[in-house]
Design a protein around this ligand. Structure first.
Ligand code: HSE
Length: 282
């Protein structure tokens, strides 16, 4: 009997307010599910895509999971290997929870397992990146790296994939609020201004440094002071209905901060000591 191998990787929250394209963490759930099996005929095919409102293509070269898996197979010299893949999406399309990254990661993890693990998990990152790249045309690891590696990840440089694990303090939780609107990452990137003023750069760098130090020291008050995005959030807030009201309500309720998850529309309050929804997966 043939059995499938599952690659199950969780959705990430990226940017974390002050680390546009540089910071992200993995949630415990939801996560996409990828099933792969060997087949007689040569080549990779996607036999089924479920979820995401039926909007995702089955063509291998257009689907994030297909592109990521093919990049890995090519690297291994196995591009003619007969593999059938199923992609089961657990989040709506354009949710801001890095669903395309989760599929790309699930695909490379599953194919690597099927081939008896020729690469270490960390080595799968560049191939998952190629999958994410077809989704939004950009090159940022802040979804893919945490989805693959778990926990919170800082990317010093996206080109060289210089990625580093960030300490997650005991008792830090994320609550994810998902409004029922669709925001496409490609469009939410295209509205961003290319220029950043010197003042914005200084304030944002201060907050990014403060957030990282606060996380490593488990200093919740420093985290609270640092979770203010002066560059990206003001430009994207209008894409999310009632964002400012939700943000204010979260802060009033004790959240350390509340910002846009990835390109939105999901919103994530970071909370101290209240295990509500998503503990940051280790
Ligand atoms: N850092 C990316 C952005 C994440 O904000 O556009 C997209 O999911």
């Amino acid at each position: 009997m043939k059995t499938g191998i599952k690659g199950h990787d969780t959705d990430p929250v990226s940017n974390i307010a002050v680390g546009y394209d540089l910071l992200g963490f993995a949630l415990d759930a939801p996560g996409d599910e990828i099933v792969v099996r060997f087949r007689e005929e040569p080549g990779l095919v996607i036999t089924q895509v479920t979820g995401a409102g039926g909007k995702l293509p089955r063509a291998v070269d257009k689907n994030t999971a297909g592109v990521a898996a093919m990049a890995l197979l090519r690297h291994l010299g196995e591009e003619r290997r007969g593999i059938a893949m199923e992609v089961h999406k657990k989040m709506p399309f354009g949710s801001g929870l890095g669903s395309s990254a989760a599929s790309a990661v699930g695909a490379v993890v599953a194919v690597n397992e099927l081939l008896k693990r020729p690469l270490e998990k960390r080595e799968l990152l560049p191939f998952a990146m190629q999958g994410e790249h077809v989704a939004d045309g950009a090159w940022h690891a802040d979804n893919v790296a945490p989805s693959l590696m778990g926990g919170m990840i800082f990317i010093r440089d996206n080109e060289t994939l210089d990625v580093h694990r960030v300490h997650v303090p005991e008792g830090l939780y994320a609550v994810v609020v998902h409004p029922k609107v669709e925001v496409l990452t490609r469009s939410a990137r295209s509205i961003l201004r290319e220029e950043v003023s010197l003042e914005q750069h200084v304030r944002q760098s201060g907050n990014l440094g403060g957030l990282l130090i606060g996380l490593f020291r488990s200093d919740f008050e420093l985290i609270r002071r640092s979770l203010h995005d002066h560059i990206i959030e003001p430009q994207r807030a209008s894409l999310i209905p009632h964002f400012r009201a939700v943000q204010e309500a979260a802060r009033q309720a004790g959240a350390l901060g509340c910002s846009v998850s990835g390109a939105g529309p999901s919103v994530f309050p970071l909370c101290p000591h209240i295990p509500l929804d998503g503990h940051i997966g280790q």
